[in-house]
Design a protein around this ligand. Structure first.
Ligand SMILES: [Mn+2]
Length: 455
């Protein structure tokens, strides 16, 4: 599936009368002294041009007559540097291969950018990025000093993220395909983790196994730091130490997802370390699973993530009330938000290039009106209810203290409702227990090419 970068660029420029978007790539970040973290492209830059190098700059310009020009600045070719750090595409090849009209060396940004922006009065860039601000300021100052240049000067600086983020709400076919591939690798990873978990195994071993499997096929490793949380570690929502030994009788909560073509999957499963839920664990697990089903029943075109969260919260609050953990009527519990002690996070977030995809939840309709984004075909998000009971909470029945359970799937809206692209990952109690008895080799057989460990 070929990505249609041109239509994305045109859609973005279609949102404005005239002006220019300034979209920088990511830069390498220092890890220690003169070594860097693995490169991760800026999601917006990736989305609009699909180029994987650092230190690049995309400028999309719409003239007053509606015509469009696309400019890309890239690292210059340099045999010595390329010998150390890898081959650069260079401006000639970039012009041939990428959806842009003109390419330059990034060493020429200061000289060329004012020419490109000449006559443009509205500039869109990320106001939170100091380097973008600096670049726009310099170019604008240069233009304002050009007395002989009578064309309009940039006089309006606009924040680019809301407009660009809105475009990313609805996924196209190439995005959906990448997300499905990521979901498939996450399926293999989760099943393998279930099969390998037993008392005495360290969270680190499971974490390493996930990373290994998320790198199979087109996988690019975990989309975010995997959470491998045995027992009470599940109460720490972003636990990433992943270094404790799994214990008999505990549950293991894994929140992890593979990445494919920079697209994330984001899945949570909670299962017994020894492969069999206790009665108390199964009871609590069912409450969370039922709340996820209540959430999914509400996932319809036109509804909002906010209303889904409300339904899910109500389902969980009702369970907490029925179990005697929360007092008062359901209305009072919802009004005071007392359920948040045990369900402190939201039910879902946008999913895409970023695991928490950078798209708005509210749209500014003008006239001081903000409205929730309504679900449309192509929107992708997670559904992740959970319950977390501190070990020392006397309001909680002792059988449930110290337990944290979360269940998370990835959903994409379609014309008739939604597709759960992670539904193949065991979730019902019986399925989960069966998967815990699973055989690693047969799990790995789900991959197109078997990794080394299966041979
Ligand atoms: Mn999530």
């Amino acid at each position: 599936m070929v990505t249609d970068f041109k239509s994305r660029q045109e859609k973005l420029l279609g949102r404005i009368d005239h002006g220019a978007f300034i979209i920088p790539s990511a830069k390498l970040k220092t890890k220690s002294n003169d070594t860097e973290f693995p490169f991760r492209q800026n999601s917006f830059f990736k989305y609009f041009v699909g180029f994987e190098e650092d230190n690049a700059l995309l400028v999309l310009k719409k003239e007053r007559d509606g015509s469009i020009r696309r400019f890309l600045f890239v690292e210059p070719k340099d045999p010595t540097l390329e010998m150390w750090a890898g081959i650069r595409l260079g401006k000639e090849r970039a012009l041939e291969l990428l959806e842009v009209d003109e390419t330059y060396n990034n060493t020429d940004i200061e000289e060329k950018l004012p020419h490109i922006l000449s006559g443009v009065s509205e500039l869109y860039f990320n106001h939170y990025d100091p380097e973008s601000r600096e670049m726009v300021l310099k170019a604008s100052q240069t233009l304002s000093r050009q007395r002989k240049n009578k064309s309009p000067k940039p006089h309006s600086w606009k924040h680019s993220l809301p407009l660009m983020g809105e475009l990313r709400l609805v996924k196209d076919q190439s995005e959906i395909q990448a997300m499905k591939k990521a979901a498939k690798l996450t399926d293999v990873g989760m099943r393998a983790a279930m099969a390998l978990s037993r008392p005495g195994v360290n969270e680190k071993e499971i974490n390493t196994l996930l990373t290994y499997l998320f790198n199979q096929e087109q996988g690019e490793g975990p989309a975010y730091d995997s959470i491998v949380a045995g027992g009470e570690n599940a109460l720490i929502l972003h636990y990433i130490n992943n270094n404790m030994t799994l214990k008999e009788g505990d549950l293991l909560l894994i929140d992890a997802g593979a990445q494919v073509n920079t697209y994330a999957s984001d899945v949570t499963r909670t299962f017994p370390v020894n492969g069999k839920f206790t009665e108390a664990q199964a009871e609590l697990y069912s409450l969370v699973l039922d709340s996820q089903k209540a959430a999914m029943a509400h996932m319809k075109i036109g509804n909002t993530l906010g209303s889904i969260h409300l339904e899910t919260s109500k389902a969980l609050a009702t369970s907490l009330k029925d179990a005697g953990i929360l007092s008062g009527s359901l209305d009072e519990i919802m009004e005071t938000g007392s359920y948040r002690t045990y369900y402190p996070h939201g039910t879902g977030h946008w999913l895409g290039l970023d695991v928490h995809d950078e798209s708005p939840y509210l749209i500014d309709e003008g006239n001081d009106t903000l409205s929730d984004v309504c679900l449309e075909e192509g929107m992708a998000f997670t559904c992740e209810p959970g319950l977390y009971f501190p070990a020392d909470d006397k309001n909680v029945p002792s059988k449930w203290r110290g337990i944290g359970i979360r269940i998370e799937d990835d959903l994409i809206m379609n014309e008739s409702g939604f597709t759960n692209i992670t539904s193949s990952i065991p979730k019902e109690i019986k399925e989960v227990e069966e998967a815990c008895q699973g055989d690693l080799k047969s799990i790995l057989n789900k991959l197109e090419t078997l990794p080394l460990m299966a041979k």
